[in-house]
Design a protein around this ligand. Structure first.
Ligand SMILES: NC(=O)C1=CN([C@@H]2O[C@H](COP(=O)(O)OP(=O)(O)OC[C@H]3O[C@@H](n4cnc5c(N)ncnc54)[C@H](OP(=O)(O)O)[C@@H]3O)[C@@H](O)[C@H]2O)C=CC1
Ligand SMILES: O=C1O[C@H](COP(=O)(O)O)[C@@H](O)[C@H](O)[C@H]1O
Length: 460
């Protein structure tokens, strides 16, 4: 093993939900594939745990990777240090316990992450340290800018990883490959041919005990500001000359800078709603307002919709409708590109009654192309058909892909600081309109398809 390969992943928030459920299983997948051979794992939290307790948590979360020796080595040598990360002496002690290059994963409540970063900015971090921050990154454009300023005092931007588990490497590459590695789709992807785009992330999952975080975030910040605008950027960006982190992230940032609310009208271009009592998949759910830990007076939305325009030569005039909601009747995770009708269907051909559509599914990652052809029987009558393809699974779970970028020092998948601010710049006026009461908080029964007054295309 070279000295260069020795590095420590320092997990702040070792006892938390994210660490056990997503981060550690992702790490196990990565290690089982032979990555990060010299990795040491240090966990920390305010709980009175010892090494044994932490190792058993790690082993439990690593279980899916089987008995891989590299995985077992990391679990068996993991160390735990009790610390309050808002205290300078505790953070100094944690950093002193790390060997080689350090990656600090802030699996902490956002306010604690910001406080820990402020302390680190005073005490400093070893050269080469990478910082991994979970979403939400700030609560608006101003707080995101302040957090960015703080981080810039700590390490260079390329060593800051603002995590977006949603856009793992395989999903990003699926979209880029679909758009830029053939001559079929890309020439059609512009306002000349596209009528509208819907990006939808509907979940049948409800609050699932996450009121502590979710009730202060809501669907707009939880999903649209943080994840769906990133999907939008991938769908509309110009082709990067290479997949180098700088080129790729520059292209994303450019289109997000050109994105604005439809008609610049935050009230007309947005919807918000929260679920009332109902049943999802036979499971009876209370109204969101009655869920444990929820303060109904906050008026937190569990479903948000937003229509934006991308003011570029290619996309001007095309509405992009973004929506995400919880406790809905069915899970639907896809981007749907609806094409304009054919310029003219020749007289004599009948039956065209459905727009051509390209559907890109996220989980499972699939592609569907809906269009009309001459079907069986009468050749003068068109029938709707769908061509399907699977993108195939990536070799790692999303957090494995995120951690690979962190441990290999590759910021490609990380959300760059200016981009995080830009996403808040887009949604801030909507949050202000909601706070002022300009947009009513609608209700939909859990297990329904959402409020009737949706901005999505009804036929998509
Ligand atoms: N859970 C999820 O599915 C997802 C979570 N996230 C994000 O991940 C982050 C963590 O979320 P989650 O794991 O759910 O939260 P949890 O509340 O489950 O865990 C938070 C952790 O932070 C620790 N902690 C709190 N204050 C301090 C402190 N002063 N010093 C040291 N440790 C402290 C807690 O330890 P203790 O209890 O001992 O104080 C606990 O281990 C959040 O930013 C969240 O938005 C993002 C996507 C999904
Ligand atoms: O980041 C989040 O994502 C999940 C949905 O993503 P998935 O990969 O778990 O399907 C969402 O449920 C959660 O509210 C949000 O914080």
């Amino acid at each position: 093993m070279t000295t260069d390969s020795v590095q420590t992943l320092l997990v702040l928030g070792a006892s938390g939900d994210l660490t056990a459920r997503l981060l550690l299983p992702g790490l196990a997948g990565l290690l089982a594939g032979g990555a990060a051979p010299g990795l040491a794992l240090v966990g920390s939290g305010t709980d009175d745990w010892d090494d044994e307790r932490w190792r058993s948590r790690v082993t439990e979360s690593f279980a899916a990777a089987g008995g891989d020796p590299a995985v077992a080595r990391v679990a068996g040598t993991a160390r735990y240090l009790r610390a309050d990360v808002t205290r300078p002496d505790d953070l100094r002690r944690l950093l002193a316990a790390c060997e080689g290059r350090v990656a600090i994963f802030f699996a902490l409540p956002p306010a604690v992450t910001a406080a820990a970063c402020a302390v680190l900015a005073d005490i400093g971090v070893p050269a080469g340290t990478r910082l991994v921050l979970e979403k939400p990154f700030g609560t608006d454009a101003q707080s995101a800018r302040q957090l960015n300023e703080l981080l810039s005092r700590l390490v260079p931007e390329d060593q800051v990883h603002r995590v977006d588990h949603f856009l793992g490497k395989s999903t990003v590459l699926n979209i880029l490959g679909l758009r830029f590695a053939n001559r079929i789709f890309e020439p059609l992807l512009s306002s000349a041919h596209v009528e509208s785009v819907d990006i939808v992330f509907d979940e049948s999952l409800a609050l699932e005990g996450r009121a502590g975080y979710y009730d202060r975030a809501g669907a707009l910040a939880d999903m649209i500001q943080s994840h769906l605008l990133q999907v939008l950027a991938l769908l509309v960006m110009e082709a990067p000359p290479t997949l180098d982190a700088r080129e790729f992230r520059d292209r994303k940032a450019q289109v997000l800078r050109a994105t604005r609310l439809w008609d610049d009208d935050p009230a007309a271009c947005s919807r918000r709603a929260r679920y009332a009592a109902g049943a999802v998949d036979g499971r009876q759910l209370p109204a969101y307002a009655d869920e444990a830990g929820v303060d109904p007076a906050r008026g937190t939305e569990t479903l948000a919709e937003l229509v934006v325009a991308v003011d570029t030569w290619r996309w001007a005039g095309v509405p992009f409708r973004l929506r995400s909601g919880k406790a809905l009747s069915a899970t639907r995770k896809e981007a749907v590109i609806t094409f304009k009708p054919p310029q003219r269907v020749p007289d004599g051909l009948t039956g065209w009654n459905r727009h051509d559509r390209l559907r890109i599914g996220f989980g499972p990652d699939r592609l569907h192309l809906d269009f009309s052809i001459n079907g069986p029987g009468d050749p003068f009558v068109l029938d709707p058909v769908t061509l399907d393809a699977e993108f195939g699974p990536g070799d790692l779970p999303p957090y494995g892909e995120v951690l690979r970028g962190v441990l290999e020092g590759d910021p490609t998948l990380s959300v760059r600081g200016d981009t995080a601010e830009e996403c808040w710049r887009i949604v801030d006026p909507v949050l202000a309109a909601w706070r002022s009461g300009a947009v009513p908080l609608l209700e939909y029964p859990a297990g329904s398809t959402g409020p009737a007054d949706s901005l999505l295309r009804a036929d998509a």
